[in-house]
Design a binder for this molecule. Structure first.
Ligand SMILES: NC(=O)c1ccc[n+]([C@@H]2O[C@H](COP(=O)([O-])OP(=O)(O)OC[C@H]3O[C@@H](n4cnc5c(N)ncnc54)[C@H](O)[C@@H]3O)[C@@H](O)[C@H]2O)c1
Length: 437
């Protein structure tokens, strides 16, 4: 029998730091408050509703995940965060328009108490936004120190034991790795010199990781997935996860594509388009922010279908992704997928998917799970990139030289096997010979 890993207990309060108190964050916070009061159920959350099979199928052991590993209770979560707008969380949730006013009224006093701290923001990285609640500082290092000060104050005022940070801010413009990102030394110099290679999101990520706080990126922009911050995370023992929450169309893609590949059906084309009317849609209307999202969405099929291994089936795949900003729909996105399939002897077929989803309703349970699992990782002394959390992301962060795992079912197996590993339970391989010997 493998030995269990030492995990510190989840005693005391966990502070959840959310950067950007927009649709995703306020839906997460209001949701947790409503669930605590017994008004709603945590549907979509593995940490609250999921089970994990332990041992052989004949043992009948399938406890709930939160009975297997020590996770922070929802009652012990305290939320805080930053935004460029001054609105408290109640007003921000109303603006986001995701949750019914009647539900928001029931958690209004708690939501109103959460007021955003001034943000680190520069319009150069999010062209379609501007707001008044912004920090001033002599350089980016100074801004990072101010973020650390906010965190320390929040921790003291609320008597918190532990913290996690999740970037739920707007998608920043497309950036690639550069010299400033290559080592901690270069990165800290770049902070001092106000180097444009450091967007606002990296300032927050740096502040969290410097303090040993677990950090996740819910958006597709480049933040902690650079050598400098991975290096820092190794020093401060900070777990990292990201990036870009796997919701909506990409979630469906990573459910359907592994099935088509399993049956060795060819795919000649996959056209995805959707309409979205929230602030995220408005930001993505800017070509530079859209490029960040497009890169994140498009890589998924290549990794799942592996055209290099199956050239006859996927080599000529034409994959197109469009997002159209359409205000009347608000947060209720509608996506259309047209998949041109190829079957036996090359005969063509088509599959059409019309998904009327709610973006933030799909995103909120992920933010909750990622926060709780990252806190678990920290207490289990697992630091750096947490590949077992790939399940939640469109562009899972991964070690250099490895390809990311996008298949939702492999990702789930990886996640559950990690929980078994932590508890010293046998990993499940699904071989199943033992039942017939
Ligand atoms: N909703 C989903 O299903 C989903 C899925 C994947 C990724 N995402 C990503 O999550 C992020 C949040 O999505 P959303 O729908 O909540 O968007 P949103 O526009 O409602 O909220 C983003 C908030 O971030 C704030 N912000 C921007 N830059 C900031 C900064 N530097 N510091 C502090 N606050 C800042 C904005 O003012 C805004 O209030 C986006 O990047 C989006 O692409 C969302």
């Amino acid at each position: 029998m493998p030995t269990p890993i030492d995990i510190a207990p989840a005693h005391g309060k966990l502070g959840v730091l959310l950067v950007g108190l927009g649709a995703v964050s306020t839906t997460t916070i209001a949701g947790v408050l409503a669930i605590r009061k017994g008004l709603s159920k945590p549907i979509g959350s593995l940490t609250q509703m999921g089970t994990v099979r332990l041992g052989k199928r004949t043992e009948g052991r399938s406890p709930k995940i939160n009975d297997v590993v020590p996770l922070s209770s929802l009652d012990d979560l305290v939320f805080g965060g930053w935004d460029i707008f001054n609105d408290d969380c109640y007003t921000a949730a109303k603006t986001a328009g995701v949750l019914e006013p009647a539900l928001l009224e029931k958690v209004r006093p708690e939501l109103e108490k959460i007021r955003p701290w001034p943000a680190v923001f520069d319009q150069r990285y999010v062209k379609r936004l501007d707001g008044p609640n912004v920090k001033k500082g002599k350089n980016k290092r100074d801004l990072a120190e101010q973020v650390m000060e906010d965190i320390r104050r929040f921790k003291d005022e609320n008597k918190l034991d532990r913290l996690v940070m999740v970037w739920c801010g707007s998608t920043e413009v497309f950036m690639t790795e550069s010299e400033a990102h290559s080592s901690m030394k270069n990165f800290e110099r770049a902070l001092e010199e106000n180097d444009p290679a450091i967007p606002s999101s990296m300032v927050y990520a740096y502040a969290a990781i410097r303090m040993g706080i677990p950090y996740a990126n819910a958006a597709p922009n480049l933040t902690a997935d650079i050598p400098a911050l991975v290096e820092l995370a190794a020093h401060t023992k900070s777990p990292l996860a990201g990036k870009d929450l796997k919701t909506g169309q990409t979630l469906i893609k990573t459910i359907i594509a592994p099935g088509l590949k399993a049956r060795l059906l060819g795919v000649a084309g996959w056209y995805s388009t959707n309409i979205l009317g929230n602030r995220d849609g408005e930001v993505l209307d800017d070509p530079e922010s859209f490029k960040t999202k497009e890169e994140s969405k498009k890589s998924v099929l290549d990794y799942i279908l592996q055209p290099q291994l199956y050239p006859d089936l996927y080599q000529d795949l034409c994959h197109v992704v469009r997002i159209n900003y359409y205000p009347p729909r608000g947060d209720n996105k509608e996506g259309w997928d047209n998949i041109d399939l190829v079957g036996w002897l090359g005969y063509p077929m088509q599959l059409k998917i019309n998904f009327l989803c709610r973006d933030s309703i799909l995103a909120a349970p992920i933010v909750l799970d990622v926060a709780l699992f990252l806190d678990l990782a920290k207490r289990a002394n697992m630091h750096g990139i947490q590949e077992w959390l790939s399940f939640y992301f469109k562009s899972p962060v991964h070690a250099p030289g490895l390809y990311p795992e996008h298949d939702l079912f492999i990702q789930l197996m990886k996640l559950k096997n990690t929980l078994r590993y932590l508890k010293g339970e046998e990993l499940i391989t699904h071989l199943g010979r033992e039942y017939y010997d």
